[in-house]
Ligand binder design. Structure first.
Ligand code: DX5
Ligand code: ZN
Length: 216
């Protein structure tokens, strides 16, 4: 069975604790936290102090997606704030191997992220060092965008790459995931689905999560 990681980007930030508890009770597996700096992506969201505030609210692993330039400068702060996974964009990491080792040095699981236009070949050399590969199915920056189906062959390619190397890593998909596109991602080899608007724009979060899990 695949896992669901609700993205709190689409939550009501004025009652963030309740919004997190709601998806935890509704069957979420991870809490996905979108960190944006206004440089790597055209939006600004949250920093380590918010992650620190969320940490005691939930038992679920915190899956921190850094959409920032120079992530190395902030990895320690997010690790100390309680992140369980920290994922960095290959497009923002000129020294990717060093950055991945830096994340792991804090005992945090390390992920690498590819934008829709970035080929899987960019991570072949690092596949044995990561715990998670995240494939963007929208251009990062905002919730509620449409799924880009041309990313699907890349999911398959990452799955094949992981299998070829005997790796049991997480293959995560982020952007435009809903009860229809979820099936395409899982069929292609994904095992963690991030969903923001498809969950938080629904009144009943348990039903929204179930709908994705059952491909209704
Ligand atoms: C996009 C973020 C996503 C976003 C997903 O830049 O990385 O995690 O919140 O939102 P939906 O599911 O609405 O596309
Ligand atoms: Zn994300």
């Amino acid at each position: 069975m695949f896992k669901i990681a609700p993205s709190i980007l689409s939550a009501d930030f004025s009652k963030l604790a309740e919004e997190i508890i709601d998806v935890e009770n509704g069957g979420a597996d991870y809490i996905h936290i979108d960190v944006m700096d206004g440089h790597f992506v055209p939006n600004i969201t949250i920093g380590p102090i918010v992650v620190e505030a969320i940490r005691p609210i939930t038992k679920l692993p915190l899956d921190v997606h850094l959409m920032i330039q120079n992530p190395d400068q902030y990895i320690e702060a997010f690790a100390k704030a309680g992140a369980d996974y920290i994922s960095v964009h290959v497009e923002a990491c000129p020294h990717l191997h060093r950055t991945i080792q830096h994340i792991k040095s804090f005992g945090v699981k390390a992920g690498v992220v590819l934008n829709p236009a970035t080929p899987v070949e960019m991570i072949e050399h690092i596949i044995n060092d990561v715990d998670l590969v995240l494939l963007m199915t929208v251009n990062p920056g905002f919730g509620g965008q449409s799924f880009i189906p041309s990313v699907l062959p890349k999911i398959k390619k990452v799955k094949e790459l992981a299998d070829k190397n005997g790796l049991n890593i997480e293959i995560e998909v982020d952007g435009g995931v809903n009860s229809k596109t979820a099936k395409l991602c899982v069929d292609a080899g994904a095992n963690v689905l991030v969903a923001g608007s498809a969950i938080y724009n629904q009144e009943n979060r348990r039903q929204a999560i179930e709908a994705i899990k059952q491909f209704k």
